[in-house]
Design a protein around this ligand. Sequence first.
Ligand SMILES: [Zn+2]
Ligand SMILES: [Zn+2]
Length: 143
Amino acid sequence: MSTHPQGPGNPAFGEPDEDLPLMCSQCGTDRNLALHSIETLNPPLEDLVKVGYSCSACGMHYLHRADVATVASVLNRDGSLTNVLAFGGHYIHCGQPMEKTGSELRRLSAPVSTDKDQEETFDVYMSTRVLHCRCGFQVELPE
Ligand SMILES: [Zn+2]
Ligand SMILES: [Zn+2]
């Protein structure tokens, strides 16, 4: 009598673990995608997240694993933060939520222009938060 060991460690019972590009396979474009969710994987994997989105052109829904940089390129198409996912108040880099490591108080001096004879300046304090990724990447954002 022979039995094949089949435990919870069997990789065949996992989720599909392909890293797919974000694209509507129906329309063949990534231009109409609306992102709904970004989750870290369990267990977390470097540079990979689970992303859920739909295509607003045909209504297809997708949920799969994807590379952070790929998601960032769709999500931050017009943004300046490369490889950072900003979603629902969370910032993700390297597939991990970035940690807040501190906050800064920035002083901006703005001239008060109500009276031309008075050259007063007026200090504006703006608080920012500093987010840090374990890879060393950090970003400072307005609070
Ligand atoms: Zn579509
Ligand atoms: Zn990172």
